[in-house]
Design a protein around this ligand. Structure first.
Ligand SMILES: C[S@@+](CC[C@H](N)C(=O)[O-])C[C@H]1O[C@@H](n2cnc3c(N)ncnc32)[C@H](O)[C@@H]1O
Ligand SMILES: [Zn+2]
Length: 388
């Protein structure tokens, strides 16, 4: 059985029951809304956007590809190896009258990608994108869009990070960011094999998925430069001290793994991407595109992108409540802690990865001192006689 729904300005026929052969997940509308704004922002800087080729390689109903053709106007290929899904994709193309811009395929995604280069390649699988990474990186010319929903191995909550992604994540309080950076690291290495370089434009995690949107450039030198943006994070599970360092330091055994704050042994996560995972100029264009479009998840999308723009480029964050629990104090407000950090000369921001977290270049001992001070100040303020 089928019903019709609308996403953005696109009509979509969807199955009324969730099946793996014709898959439509309404929860991912948020991701698709951000994609539409991102692809519009990316293609607007191109001299002939209507000539850009885009592939939705694992399409399900075809909702992503149909929206890209209908709402952005690119030349799209929409593929699914399931025959019922392929039939549905054709119906959705016809429903939106985009036959001149959209072609349906019923092939194995890897075969199609290895055979054909596309300007924009979108991989939105069940679980891990790893089975499609090699072909996607071979095919892509300009922009790579990748989803992962296997967040447990990526974030270190389950084993499998090393087997699947060639990296060891650690299960820390900043696990969502750890997973995003481990995935970016794996994509960077895969692109490098084809002498291609990655430039992350917008990377985010929401609910149970991670999404990467990254510019791709050709050239061995550029690819080497992006490989140099990989590194490791040392984390002390005893006191919470953490820092990032480049791969070269690890390979030269130039890393002290004894915590300078408490003397315990630090654990090492990685290799992962330790440089900025977004480009603010691009994110601002995405924000503008989101604001002017008809989108079902506009406010959630704007919040993610806006918080991302203001977010510091530091590869981890501190969970405020966990920190206050360790200090045995009730948590003072996050804005008051951010203000105090800035007044003390540190950089500080919130993060889209968690509503209750703080990013700062202060060390954990410095951060704890400031949080305690803010708490004590709030106590003394509440004891002031109210007529003063
Ligand atoms: C998570 S669903 C796609 C959801 C869709 N992108 C969306 O936004 O609604 C993954 C799809 O990949 C398809 N698929 C899995 N393995 C494939 C392969 N090797 N080649 C092509 N399609 C494949 C499945 O049939 C399924 O429809
Ligand atoms: Zn320590």
């Amino acid at each position: 059985m089928f019903s019709e729904t609308i996403e953005g300005t696109t009509r979509i026929i969807v199955p009324t029951e969730l099946t793996r052969s014709m898959f439509y997940n309404p929860v991912m509308e948020l991701c698709r809304d951000i994609d539409i704004a991102s692809i519009a922002a990316f293609s607007s800087s191109h001299p002939t956007p209507a000539q850009l080729t885009y592939i939705d390689a694992l399409a399900g109903t075809g909702v992503r590809g149909v929206r890209v053709a209908n709402e952005v106007g690119l030349q799209v290929s929409i593929n699914d190896r399931s025959t019922p899904a392929y039939e549905l994709i054709k119906r959705n193309i016809a429903l939106n009258k985009i036959e001149e811009r959209a072609t349906a395929y019923n092939e194995d995604a890897n075969v199609l990608l290895v055979r054909t280069p596309y300007d924009l390649v979108d991989i939105d699988p069940f679980g891990s994108p790893v089975p499609f990474l090699d072909a996607a990186c071979k095919s892509v010319k300009q922009l790579l869009l990748i989803t992962a929903t296997d967040t447990a191995p990526l974030c270190g909550a389950h084993t499998g990070g090393m087997r699947t992604y060639g990296a060891r994540p650690l299960n820390t309080e900043y696990h969502a960011e750890m997973g995003t950076r481990v995935l970016l690291g794996a994509v960077t290495r895969e692109l490098g094999r084809y002498d291609k370089a990655i430039q992350p434009l917008l990377s985010y995690a929401s609910a149970h998925f991670i999404r990467l949107i990254a510019r791709v450039e050709r050239g061995a030198r550029k690819a080497d430069e992006s490989i140099e943006r990989l590194g490791f994070i040392a984390h002390c599970f005893s006191c919470g001290h953490r820092f990032a360092f480049p791969c070269a330091d690890m390979l030269d055994l130039n890393v002290e793994n004894i915590c300078t704050l408490c003397g315990k042994k630090m654990r090492i996560a990685g290799p992962l991407y330790i440089h900025p995972i977004k480009e603010n100029e691009f994110c601002e264009q995405v924000h503008e595109e989101l604001a002017k479009r008809t989108l079902g998840k506009k406010s959630e999308a704007l919040k993610i992108v806006n918080t991302g723009i203001l977010e510091l480029d530091i590869p981890f964050y501190y969970e405020h409540h966990a920190l206050c629990k360790a200090l045995r104090i009730p948590p003072p407000s996050i804005p008051s802690v951010l203000d105090a950090l800035r007044s003390a000369g540190f950089s500080a921001s919130r993060t889209h990865f968690s509503d209750t977290a703080i990013k700062t270049d202060a060390r954990i001992d410095e951060l704890k001192k400031i949080v305690k001070m803010v708490y004590v100040d709030s106590l003394s303020a509440s004891f002031l006689p109210c007529n003063l």
